[in-house]
Design a binder for this molecule. Structure first.
Ligand SMILES: [Zn+2]
Length: 95
């Protein structure tokens, strides 16, 4: 079954908008997807972050377990519950 393309908010050049967790919750999204440039990604529960934090603010907190890169791409998890996306590839560093 092909994946359905979702409407993640982006700028015209494709960069994600600098939305906050409050903005994300207002869209009914309760989790985030953290992507590394190498293709690994992990789904996380967003309850741990307060409303005023932007998704982009937490990107430097992640280090990829696959390639070791610091700094990930954090996006609203519109596909929450999709088991194909629940692949553990990143871990959080200490806050
Ligand atoms: Zn990586």
């Amino acid at each position: 079954m092909p994946r359905t393309k979702r409407h993640t908010p982006t700028h015209a050049d494709g960069r994600p908008l600098k939305i906050t967790f409050a903005d994300m919750r207002s869209m009914g999204v309760r989790g985030v997807l953290v992507y590394c440039h190498c293709g690994r990604h992990v789904a996380l529960d967003a309850d741990r972050w307060p409303n005023e934090v932007r998704l982009s603010d937490i990107e430097p907190q992640f280090v990829c377990q696959g390639c070791g890169s610091r700094g990930a791409d954090v996006r609203p998890d519109f596909d929450r519950g999709n088991p194909r996306l629940a692949i553990i590839g990143l871990k959080e560093t200490a806050n």
